[in-house]
Design a protein around this ligand. Structure first.
Ligand code: AMP
Length: 317
């Protein structure tokens, strides 16, 4: 996950929920992809702080650093080395067809794509393969990247001999959470996100502006929950009442304001223990930094071992 600062509900729904469940089942590696940030933002002055903020969110939602190392990509040089090798195993035209790249170019109004951005999934492949990942729990925007990783692994194994498993994407039940503005993806850079650290007043304020069925202009007008962003949040954060809300919306017996405030309340209920844990960690920053240092030490050992195998197979050194 890229450290772009505090995380939002989309990260939780699309990825973290899965990570929390899987940490007990699989040997897991949680990567802070601080080089990947450079693909869309060259300003690195906040990168360390953003990494710490993200790590705090991970710990606050319940990831356990004793089970799984948490570490920064930039601190383990093997990522960049394997990235270079992977970059020889995939064509430019294959990378140009990547739909996630096309979405980003459109959404972020990128005029000229840098070489590193085109290579985003190649570095991601290195991140996954270095730890011989067999499954990658991601949101659906990342599935094409896992597919590219599989192709690179296959190509390497065929050329030099078996080192890498072909990883599978593992989607959550809700692989994509829409943004407050109705955009298909909640994203911080699009300014349409509810953060995991947002206090109830902020959630309420943001929810007031959330996209709804534009035809439902007053309470009595029947609405269509299928095209309402707020309803999509109800489905995740208020599943017990979703059916009832669906009926009330279609029947014109609930106003959008009422529906939004119910939704805000449910989201804040969900966020409350996360915010509490976050506050504890914020006042114990040394604990957070120790977790990072320990994770980097553990990840490095695995990375070095894999690269030794790669070197052997490639007859390098
Ligand atoms: P990113 O911040 O783009 O590096 O995303 C980190 C992880 O969170 C990836 O697995 C994404 O698929 C997931 N993710 C980010 N935003 C959303 C969203 N709005 N809905 C679902 N998953 C998301």
């Amino acid at each position: 996950m890229r450290p772009t600062g505090k995380l939002h509900l989309g990260h939780y729904v699309g990825a973290l929920e899965n990570w929390i469940a899987l940490q007990n089942e699989y040997e897991s590696f949680f990567l802070i992809a601080d080089y990947h940030v450079l693909t869309t933002n060259l300003d690195t002055k906040d990168i360390y702080q953003n990494s710490i903020e993200m790590l705090i969110d991970w710990l606050a939602v319940g990831l356990n650093p004793e089970l799984s190392p948490m570490f920064r990509q930039s601190q383990i040089k093997e990522h960049t080395e394997l990235n270079l090798i992977c970059s020889m195993l995939i064509t430019v035209s294959r990378l140009e067809r990547n739909p996630t790249l096309k979405d980003q170019i459109r959404d972020l109004h990128i005029q000229n794509t840098v070489y590193g951005h085109l290579g985003y999934p190649v570095l991601q492949a290195a991140d996954i393969l270095l730890y011989k990942g067999s499954v990658v729990p991601v949101g659906d925007d990342q599935v094409p990247h896992v597919e590219i990783t599989r192709e690179i692994a296959r190509r390497f194994n065929k050329q030099y001999g078996n080192v890498f498993p072909e990883p599978e994407p593992l989607l959550t039940k809700f692989p994509r959470l829409a943004g407050l503005d109705g955009n298909a993806k909640m994203s911080k850079s699009l300014g349409n996100a509810i953060l995991l650290s947002d206090e109830p007043e902020t959630v309420q304020k943001k929810m007031r502006k959330a996209a709804i069925d534009p035809n439902k202009t007053k309470k009595e007008t029947p609405g269509n929950p299928d095209i309402c962003t707020v309803f999509s949040y109800h489905k995740f954060f208020n599943p017990e009442a979703a059916k009832e809300i669906d009926k009330a919306c279609r029947g014109g017996t609930i106003s959008c304001f009422e529906c939004k405030m119910k939704c805000a309340e449910k989201i804040s209920e969900f966020l409350s223990p996360i915010i509490e844990k976050r506050k504890h960690l914020e006042s114990n920053l040394n604990e957070v930094k120790d977790i990072l240092a320990d994770g980097e030490k553990r990840a490095k050992q695995v990375a070095v071992k894999t690269m030794n195998e790669v070197h052997d197979k490639m007859k390098l050194g």
